[in-house]
Design a protein around this ligand. Sequence first.
Ligand SMILES: N[C@@H](CCC(=O)N[C@@H](CS)C(=O)NCC(=O)O)C(=O)O
Length: 194
Amino acid sequence: MPNYKLTYFNFKGRAEILRYLFAYTNTEFEDHRIEYKDWPSCKDSYPFGKLPVLEIDGTVYYQSLAIGRYLAKKAGLAGKTDLDDLRIDAILDTIDDFVSRFPWDAADQEKKEYIDKFGGTVLSGLAKELGDNKWFLGKYVTWADFFWDICSDGIIYYQPDFSKDYPNLLSLKKRVKELPEIAAWIKRRPQTEY
Ligand SMILES: N[C@@H](CCC(=O)N[C@@H](CS)C(=O)NCC(=O)O)C(=O)O
């Protein structure tokens, strides 16, 4: 079993998908969390000055979705075919486009404007993609389902009614959170606001 050390800040953010993937497979990992006040003094020691990074047996890997794809394959949470992987990546990138441009550090009004302007297109598209299926890929769970749950939680923190008009997307979140390994992780993870 390789030695895993995940480094990020003390919140969910871009590391939570990796923490879900470790949790789902009951894989031990060091959950190293850097406080913001300590960040300026260590930023330069990380690739491109960004987090998260994952050290695997001492070698540093970066970019959360690249790492996620690697862990998802190992966890059996990637696609069963190349075309399924293409669909998963398209869903991930759609969600990622939306959350990457979200004005996390701006005032509430600006956040609301962003959601009003772009949220509907993303939500209706994802709701259509999911349809009446249990998971985005139909019959089997993938890390795209996890990513939706985590990223939408991040937005819901600021706007609790985000996705309230899309019951199938809300049900999907519930199903992800009810997976026993994910439920256990949510219970034991450090409590942070977002
Ligand atoms: N696409 C990258 C984005 C990495 C990124 O922007 N990380 C932010 C935190 S979410 C960061 O390190 N911010 C601190 C800084 O830029 O100094 C990924 O997904 O890993």
